[in-house]
Design a binder for this molecule. Sequence first.
Ligand SMILES: [Zn+2]
Length: 274
Amino acid sequence: MIYKLLINLPRLLTLSILLSFPGLVHAQHPPVFEGMKMDTLFVDMYSLPLKVVKYSYGKPNVNFLVIHDNEDTGVKAAFEYIRFSGGSVFDSQYGDLRNYNINYQGLQYQIDPNKIYSSYGVMEGLEFYGAVNDEVSASLNTAAEMILNFYNPGKPDYIFTLHNNTDGAFGINSYLKGHELELVADSLHINFNMDPDDLILVTDLKLFNALKKEDVNVVLQSRDAADDGSLSLYAMQNKIPYINVEVQHGHQLQNLQLIEIAVKALKTTYPELF
Ligand SMILES: [Zn+2]
């Protein structure tokens, strides 16, 4: 099924631009396996050819959401998960990059897609890279609504995201006292046998306690964390159970293991959602 096909028509105009950057049209997405179903949401914003592809397999189960297009270890691990257990993976695709890049009326705009879930976040997120524009901001907020509505029409029951990071740059240690994310976490549980780059972030105490019992690296986001337009802040403010499984690029096995542990925690904590 194709959603919002009309919005996609301006795409024809952007095709020639895309073709001049071969890297942008050869995204490294894992191979689709037999029996998998695909639905696509097109959210073209000006020059940005954004689409969210829903890959489903087997009986309905957990829905995973990937918002950064250059983080494919999570997608591969989630494909493995749904191949055996059923479910869906919602994968954002816009040229294998981290940020959205938009050309509008001759100006370039750039934003991290994990900044679009509040008006303030969009403003701050655009400003971080340069130009800010009201129409571009409004489109980004609309894109956020469309993505969430495609992920789960109405208010989502839960949000289960997958992210990947690079070795040593960000990890569970970033939340320790004296480190850059100290104020973002209310509680931490660290398993010192795990790679510190592999962790789970949640926004409510019940999920935190369930994951702590499993003895994995887990962060409980602070109730006082500032509005940065991120999906975790959005989920916390709207009281939607939120899980982010984040592992180092390439840690596919650890990614799958953490997904399995997080799914178990989500189902035992919120059985009414399944
Ligand atoms: Zn990410």
